[in-house]
Design a protein around this ligand. Structure first.
Ligand SMILES: Cc1cc2nc3c(=O)[nH]c(=O)nc-3n(C[C@H](O)[C@H](O)[C@H](O)COP(=O)(O)OP(=O)(O)OC[C@H]3O[C@@H](n4cnc5c(N)ncnc54)[C@H](O)[C@@H]3O)c2cc1C
Length: 281
């Protein structure tokens, strides 16, 4: 199998924590992704698929197994207002392509740091829009072959979909609407600035918890007086209470201890049970 591999690789998590991974495979096209999956399935070896690892915390002990990283599987194709994006394309480059093509519908997503595969799995969203708003279909490697699923078969809901249950997402068909390239680019710039104004810099996984009954988790964490609370190198951002920042040397255990503390405090005060938006592997 012709696929780049790295052994005992450092954690790629954007929180910059976590132990090493025994083997990371980097397929650079859909066929190589299929080869990797086929080989691992044949050998009975489990694996985890990641894109940019911006929503995944890697545990401190690391992973004694295989991770397939898709972020080299790129190359957008356009047919009118339908864009086909491979899973490893970054969401920001997809949005830039849409703007250059005068296609509207994903402006609000332009600064999400993940890939299209991770975005579809998480049904990422921002500024009132979700990726599922524009998904027409997904090609998913399932039981050894690539199957095309319509958007209505992907069970999209708030920060969730059935993509992962079905297999490895290879590519996504997105139906956008024709618009004015200048307006689209201007709106994206506005969203970027709004994000810069409301979200902290620094290593993080974005929002730690999902909204609870439509109310942001950050609202509760802020009202509980937890902004600035620290465990080890992990800090609840004073700028955005739903972000935990690695201020240097934070471990994944620090992150989890702080997140669990916030969850307990919110539960104690309001009986609200916060659910993770992030994944822990
Ligand atoms: C600073 C910052 C800001 C953020 N802002 C937002 C935001 O505004 N809105 C938002 O929704 N999220 C946000 N996020 C979270 C994250 O960027 C998104 O969830 C993103 O879509 C994850 O993409 P990824 O490629 O990094 O996925 P990963 O973190 O690599 O993976 C996420 C999940 O998807 C699965 N997965 C990845 N690729 C595939 C594939 N090809 N097939 C099947 N399953 C796959 C993984 O197994 C994992 O369960 C933010 C994160 C950071 C660090």
């Amino acid at each position: 199998m012709d696929c780049r591999a790295e052994f005992n690789a450092p954690s790629p998590s954007s929180f910059r924590s976590g132990g090493n991974i025994a083997a990371v495979l980097y397929p650079d096209c859909a066929d190589k992704l299929a080869d990797c999956v086929e080989l691992l399935d044949r050998e009975g070896i489990g694996y985890i698929i990641i894109g940019n690892c911006t929503n995944v915390l890697v545990n401190d002990a690391g992973i004694d197994g295989v991770v397939i990283r898709t972020n080299r599987i790129r190359g957008i194709v356009r047919d009118g207002n339908l864009i086909y994006s491979p899973c490893g394309q970054s969401i920001s480059s997809l949005c830039a392509f849409a703007a250059e093509s005068g296609l509207s519908g994903i402006e609000g997503l332009c600064s999400i740091p993940g890939t299209v595969g991770g975005g579809a799995a998480m049904n990422c969203g921002a500024f009132g829009r979700e990726l599922c708003d524009v998904v027409e279909y997904a090609d998913i490697l399932t039981d050894g072959s690539i199957e095309r699923f319509g958007a209505d078969e992907l069970d999209f809901s708030y920060r969730s979909s059935s993509v992962r249950d079905k297999g490895a997402l290879v590519g996504l068909g997105l139906r956008l609407v024709y618009g004015d390239g200048f307006d689209i680019a201007r709106d994206m710039k506005g969203y970027k600035l709004a994000r810069q104004a409301s979200q902290p810099q620094g290593a993080s996984l974005g929002s730690v918890f999902k909204k609870a009954d439509g109310i942001s988790a950050g609202y509760y964490i802020d009202k509980a007086g937890l902004k600035g609370r620290r465990i080890g190198g992990a800090v609840i951002s004073p700028k955005h209470a739903n972000f935990i920042i690695n201020e240097g040397g934070a471990t994944s255990s620090d992150f989890l201890a702080l997140a669990n503390y916030a969850r307990q405090e919110v539960d104690k005060k309001w009986g609200v049970k916060l659910q993770y938006e992030i994944d822990v592997i």
